[in-house]
Design a protein. Structure first.
Length: 290
């Protein structure tokens, strides 16, 4: 089990310097990546996005990179051509505006005086990004594994409490069914006293049994036990399980709601409320699981 929140960083040699990659993750229903690269290697943004989709699972990821040191060669200035250009500008100044100042910054706007940085080799950049990204993702996953272990321990504790509440409801369910049947019989007797009608005893008994069965909790309790067993088994898996756990807890919530609608007993209703509370706590934690 891994958490969906974490951080990792890595770096690799590039040119005369290094490229440093950082990966941050947050919880999200699907896989979402946002990549920010420096202008010098921004052409490789799509490549990094595709690599991240191969390496990462559900969650929102912010991937950023920066260049350190002389990754690119410094731009050079053609001094001799600059001198010739300045002399030509000075002669023009003397002809049209004697005494006017010629700012040196004007030379920077002239073409071909500044030799631009050479572009880095595509394969070299991608190799460096791959290396740095792999290290960053490994650090991210290690942090997420540590946090995931803490989440697993918390979830199993909540699951144990939910099982205990389910067992308490199950131990009280037979008495609840018997009490419900007794109430139904008493109401039917009262109705028959107020409005005497001819009713076949067998038919009356069948109706009482049918009503009592509708209040029976055996099916819901059995499904709850099955869902809890599946939940515990999933927690032991190494693959991403967050969405499956969330689905299971939705089913647990439905069974708890059904039990609550059938309960005509204050003590059992209180247990159902406690069960729903534990399930909601579990769902909140599951949102942070990959």
């Amino acid at each position: 089990m891994r958490s969906m929140t974490g951080f990792g960083s890595g770096d690799a040699a590039l040119g005369g310097g290094r490229v440093c990659v950082e990966v941050r993750s947050l919880n999200h229903r699907f896989l979402e990546t946002r990549v920010r690269l420096p202008a010098e290697i921004a052409d490789h943004t799509f490549y990094v996005e595709q690599r991240c989709r191969d390496l990462l699972n559900r969650g929102r990821y912010d991937i950023s990179a920066r260049l350190e040191g002389p990754a690119l060669a410094a731009p050079s200035f053609d001094v001799e051509r600059a001198r010739l250009a300045y002399a030509a500008l000075s002669q023009l100044r003397d002809d049209v505006a004697p005494g006017a100042e010629i700012p040196l910054s004007l030379l920077a706007s002239l073409p071909d005086l500044l030799n631009q940085q050479a572009k880095l080799d595509v394969a070299e950049v991608r190799t460096a990004l791959d290396t740095a990204l792999d290290v960053a993702v490994e650090g991210l996953n290690e942090m997420r594994r540590v946090e995931g272990a803490a989440l697993e321990a918390d979830l199993l504790g909540l699951l144990q409490r939910a099982r205990g509440l389910r067992d308490q409801i199950a131990s009280n369910a037979p008495a609840l069914a018997a009490a419900f049947r007794k109430r139904v019989e008493e109401r039917l007797e009262r109705v028959l006293r107020e409005r005497p009608i001819s009713v076949e005893p067998a038919r009356l008994e069948a109706e009482v049994v049918l009503l009592a069965e509708r209040a029976d909790l055996c099916e819901e309790l059995a499904r709850l036990e099955s869902h809890f067993d599946q939940f515990a088994a999933l927690c032991a898996e190494a693959a991403p399980i967050g969405r499956r756990l969330d689905f299971l807890l939705q089913e647990v919530g439905r069974e708890a709601n059904t039990i609550g609608s059938k309960c005509q007993d204050a003590a059992l209703a209180h247990l159902v409320v406690e069960l729903k509370t534990e399930v909601e706590r579990m769902r909140e934690q599951v949102q942070n699981i990959e």
